[in-house]
Write a protein that binds this ligand. Sequence first.
Ligand SMILES: [Zn+2]
Length: 179
Amino acid sequence: MDIKYAGKKINLLRCPFCNGEPTVYLNKWGRRTFKIACDNENCIMVETLFRPSLEQAAKEWNRRPWNQVPEMKEGGWNMKIDVSNDRFGTVLNCAVRYSLGRRTYMPSLVIGFIRPLLPYINGKTLYVFDQDITEQQYFGGYGDTCDAQDWMRFLADVHKEQDRRGCERYKDWRQPHHE
Ligand SMILES: [Zn+2]
């Protein structure tokens, strides 16, 4: 947020703890110095020290550790995940495989996580979802009725995405095909 102070415009971030608007304080005694604080009395945000310029105080106030972590390359914990990436897709495939047939909260958690990603993940990952969910009927089934319904709805969404892209669907070779 931009704050006007003594004719100057200065950008100050909101308080990281309470999202409150920060306040600028001027120390008029001796050398003029500035500090910035959150005035919300319930807030734990520590105010800045008095600094010789408003800009310096603002710089201290605007410091956020999560902006200071250098962007790391793959393998670092701060890497940006590319959802269309093969390895990310493989992890999703593993999550689906693990959840299929389980009678816990896991199927709905996994389906809920993946469904909004469907438009972005790669075709190979979609194909493996299709294959694994289709094949599950021959290997232990889908668990409770409500889980089975969730899986079928999810599979329908996978098919919709495959059709939208013109991707090939998994062919259930046990079923007769009419082509
Ligand atoms: Zn605050």
